[in-house]
Design a binder for this molecule. Structure first.
Ligand code: ADP
Ligand code: MG
Length: 679
């Protein structure tokens, strides 16, 4: 019996070799082939040359009036020239490097060529020969992404064949009522119109339905994964001590913001539930995520568990360690630090104290999960600046045989819709408010020959007792040259500001030295910190209120926002100067966006517009799913609907028993069969 799961070799004309070429495109089954959609269409309707503008892509049809000629030029290059009579106008058509077309062109017969029109010369740069059958069809020719082992034409023929034979098997996954409501096409129609649209209207409508279908299936998989997580995990119940929490909150030097209170409630309620917490805490730089983490950590400790905080750099680990140990000291919580540079007996002792449970809280770098660290009773793992670590920390923890509740924190704010896709199977808590009394950071963009006001401001702020960061990016290919840039800047600053302590912080320093410099800076023993990007993440020195960024156009928007977020943490007005001579429009737009807003969510949206999600989050690293048709940014409204409706379905019919949900069940079963369910 035929099935969409049949291997492509079930089609005639597909042997081992072709199957392997198709496999490289991700096509293994007939179903894969039918859902291998074109990424664009060409309008191949024949038009009259008289209506064409220069450089337009078009199909021209005419009579071949001379024998085709192939001539060679350069190394391995050739051109095929054809003279074609198009409505009484003789034109020249040139194909580059497709000599085999010569045999398909016969003098005195008709030919249709798709190519680029040169209006001045009355010539066409041919891209492809349009077959009679194709030209007779509608005017839309699908373009597929192919590899060198398989041609467009072959793919089209195979898809035709598959469609003829398997079309009755194309069943629906998006439930009927949903399709009705959002005017979406049934699957068979989608497949037909994606591959063989009659006109661009059909193609557009099919694309919309296909995109929704793809997003909906993705969301269904996420829902299903989430349900399974909750079912199989006998998660920890962290029965925290509310009274102790209240006491602890009383000792804090400030009042929590409403947003902080709300997310703390969300988090501890989740920790108390008998399921594994898998939660993302997002909030703009400076929104106060650390204290939220500390409260969650304290809650875990009051429940009799250990908690770990993992951060991306040793400097940050050190800084967090000092702050958190101090905050938790009055509550008699013991806090330890574990980083890669801890060695010898100190390290052995820390490991021992973790294993015996003498330490309640452990703060560290990646060393925390990479090493043979044995926890006595780990209940909560917090991962700070999680975008700095890949996506699979949770899996990594599990591989270590640990399955605590997990809280990830990120200051790269993710637009809501993208958070849904990136962290589809996570819960998200958002701090959407800054602590009271913060003034928006005043930001200015200056050309490199207009830095006068910057130095004036620097002197004024230093005189008033404030501190400053001066950041220079890594520009050169070689670290040596970059270091020289930073050193030059450092010397200039030292000369210009003899009465202050200036220090240089860069990536090649030993961790110990970095820590010493950061500690001195945080104690105001250093007033001006010249640094490469190592200050980007997490640093919190409230007395620093000036951020000067040289060659700011070399940084991405989210990095710039991170850097700027280092200041404006104290009570006084903070300033950020971007010194840059951007060369292109995108870089100019970045500078303008920085000047215009200090809101990280707005900037993240802007960044997405400017660069696209792959670049923003890094395709591999981000765990951002790959979509064939849908664009999670452009189609964000659809994504919201897919998310909400899939959630509703799994809530009301978790076993997917309803007739309308059979398609979803079958889809998930097929993914499992193919081992693609967890990817
Ligand atoms: P981020 O979210 O960027 O990690 P931090 O947790 O480092 O931010 O907090 C930024 C600064 O704001 C810190 O100096 C912190 O002590 C302070 N802070 C946090 N919450 C509050 C609050 N509710 N009121 C006043 N200051 C706060
Ligand atoms: Mg932070």
């Amino acid at each position: 019996m035929a099935s969409l799961a049949d291997p492509v070799t079930a089609l005639s004309g597909v042997g081992e070799k072709r199957a392997s070429a198709l496999h490289q495109l991700g096509i293994d089954t007939v179903g894969d082939l039918l859902f291998y959609f074109p990424f664009r269409y060409e309008d191949i309707r024949t038009r009259s040359w008289q209506e064409l503008g220069d450089g337009e892509k078009v199909t021209l049809k005419g009579t071949v009036i001379a024998p085709p000629v192939v001539s060679r030029f350069g190394r391995n290059r050739n051109r095929l020239n054809i003279r074609l009579l198009v409505e009484d106008l003789p034109i020249v058509v040139t194909f580059f490097n497709q000599p085999w077309l010569k045999d398909k062109i016969v003098e005195n017969s008709e030919a249709a060529v798709f190519g680029i029109w040169n209006a001045k010369r009355h010539s066409l740069t041919g891209q492809r020969l349009i077959a009679q059958a194709e030209a007779g069809d509608a005017g839309m020719s699908p373009i597929y992404s192919v590899n060198k082992h398989i041609r467009q034409r072959t793919l089209v023929d195979l898809i035709h064949q598959a469609y003829e034979k398997y079309q009755p098997l194309l069943t629906d996954v998006v439930p009927e009522p949903l399709r009705q409501h959002y005017k979406l096409e049934p699957t068979a129609q989608i497949v037909h119109d994606m591959h063989f649209p009659k006109n661009s209207e059909d193609a557009r409508s099919a694309r919309r339905s296909a995109a929704f279908r793809e997003l909906f299936l993705f969301e269904c998989r996420m829902q299903s994964l989430r349900a399974e997580n909750n079912k199989h995990d006998a998660g920890l119940v962290l029965n925290y001590d509310l009274t102790a929490m209240r006491e602890f909150i009383q000792t804090l030097p400030f009042e929590l913001t409403n947003a902080q209170k709300r997310v703390v409630n969300e988090i501890v309620a989740d920790m108390k539930r008998p399921r594994h917490m898998n939660r993302l805490l997002q909030g703009d730089v400076g929104s106060g995520k650390t204290i939220v983490a500390v409260l969650a950590i304290f809650a875990a400790v009051t429940a009799g568990y250990q908690a770990a905080l993992m951060v991306p750099t040793e400097i940050l680990a050190e800084q967090h360690y000092q702050k958190i140990a101090r905050l938790l000291a009055p509550m008699h919580v013991s806090v330890g630090l574990l980083t890669g540079s801890l060695a010898g007996t100190a390290r052995a002792k820390t490991l021992h104290d973790i294993a015996t449970g003498r330490l309640n809280v452990i703060i560290g770098t990646h060393a925390l999960i990479q090493d043979a660290v044995k926890f006595a009773k780990l209940g909560l793992a917090v991962i700070d600046e999680q975008h700095r670590f890949g996506v699979n920390q949770r899996r990594e923890l599990r591989r270590k045989g640990l399955s605590p509740d997990v809280l990830m924190m990120t200051a790269t704010p993710i637009p809501r819709t993208l958070a849904i896709t990136t962290y589809g199977e996570m819960d998200v808590s958002t701090i959407d408010e800054l602590p009271a009394g913060r003034h928006p950071i005043e930001t200015a963009w200056l050309k490199s020959n207009q830095t006068g006001p910057v130095y004036a401001r620097l002197r004024a702020e230093l005189a008033a007792g404030a501190q400053a960061y001066v950041v220079t990016p890594l520009i050169a290919e070689s670290e040596a040259i970059d270091l020289r840039n930073a050193e030059d800047l450092y010397e200039r600053m030292t000369k210009a500001l003899p009465q202050y302590h200036v220090a240089l912080l860069h990536g090649q320093l030993k961790n110990q030295d970095k820590n010493a410099i950061m500690t001195a800076f945080s104690h105001n023993e250093i007033q001006v910190l010249v640094a490469t990007t190592v200050v980007e993440v997490g640093m919190d020195v409230p007395n620093a209120n000036l951020m000067i960024i040289f060659d700011a156009d070399r940084f991405g928007l989210s990095q710039l926002h991170q850097l700027r977020g280092r200041v404006g943490r104290g009570g006084r007005q903070a300033f950020c100067y971007l010194i840059a001579d951007p060369k292109n429009q995108v870089a100019i737009s970045r500078m303008e966006a920085m000047v215009k807003t200090t809101n990280g969510f707005v900037l993240a949206e802007k960044d997405l517009q400017l660069r696209g999600p792959g670049d923003v989050f890094g395709d591999e690293q981000s765990g951002l799913p790959h979509f064939n048709i849908a664009d999670p940014v452009g189609d964000s409204a659809m994504l919201e609907v897919a998310h909400a409706t899939a959630g509703q379905i799994f809530k009301e019919d978790p076993a997917l028993h309803a007739p309308d949900h059979q398609g979803i069940a079958a889809y998930l079963a097929e993914l499992k069969r193919r081992n693609q369910y967890f990817d």
